[in-house]
Design a protein around this ligand. Sequence first.
Ligand code: SF4
Length: 389
Amino acid sequence: MQSETPKHLRHALDVLRTKEGRFDLQDFTFAELAQLSIEGLGEKAYRGKQLFQWLYLHLAGSFDEMTNISKSSRAQLADVARVSALEHVGSHESADGTNKLTFRCHDGAIIETVFIPSENRNTLCISSQVGCAMGCTFCFTAKMGLKRNLSASEIVDQVAQARKLMGEKNGHIGNIVFMGMGEPLHNLDNVIRAIHILVDTNGLNFSRRKITVSTSGLVPQIRRLGEETDIQLAISLNATTDATRSSIMPVNDRWGLDELMACLREFPLDNRERITFEYVLIKDLNDTLDDAKRIMELTRNVPAKINLIPFNPHPNTPFETPSEQTIDAFQQYLLDRNVAVFRRRTRGQDEMAACGQLGKPGDKEPAHVRKRLENFRNQPPSGDSSASA
Ligand code: SF4
């Protein structure tokens, strides 16, 4: 049975015919670009392959560079299509070499992408939405609320442009993490499409094992991600009881810890090593040895790796970073019990490029964030559960 032509491809074919509107070439998979070449340009399928290679192997910035595409096809495309979904408008390099790249979308929306250098493997932290609807109280991006989803082309172009901007100077980008602005599983269609483009061996050719999608815990979407991709999964855990997790992550009201962990126990793991649990350590809120003990209980029966992230402060937050002594004790408790636990080094903090610091919120916090934050502003975390295990 012939598969149905996807909506965005039908739109592009219409635009090519009527010359009304515009589309982004980076929205299409390899197979779809072949279809676009045949049905939209009257060319052979291999033109699609050439276009794909110009976009992702040669990182072309304009149709003029695509010298092996016929002049008439280039002219047809230049009229109605964009090579690049984003415009690079700024870079802010931190003292530690982390570089926050700022891009403008075609509607003027601004998004941020963070290049994190490392001796063996550079990582790119990419955004999936403009702002975020999830309202996690410890997160700066949450204060923007959700403006809109990013298209697949806006997700993919962060990687293509970063490879061009950073690659020559800093070497290869080996890892991609969906941990920038937004909840990736809230924009799952476009994230899955972007992943298929990023891993295509005809183009950017990222290993599936080097792409990690991080989620706050949308259970049905985690199942779908497991069915339709085989990338790595990270869970933003951040608390070990439903009461504490719900107080900082509204998503927990919908899918509590029992339901989340049950879903993770069934997550297909062939080809994957472990699920990563991100744990932002907040002073007197979730940093006790009881919490460390409960992390072990929660992740029993799940191949797990724990990443501890000391809270990165941002303006007007009621939360604080635990002391070094508390962080060390927390990690040591888990290490002593053979848990794979790592402390994520804080990177890019001086340029607000660290985890949970992205975006530019306005003065007014969205109501769902303000309501939960007010609880903490009126009564800061008390540390009343600090009995040691
Ligand atoms: S932590 Fe992630 S999911 Fe939560 S509000 Fe921030 S960007 Fe959204």
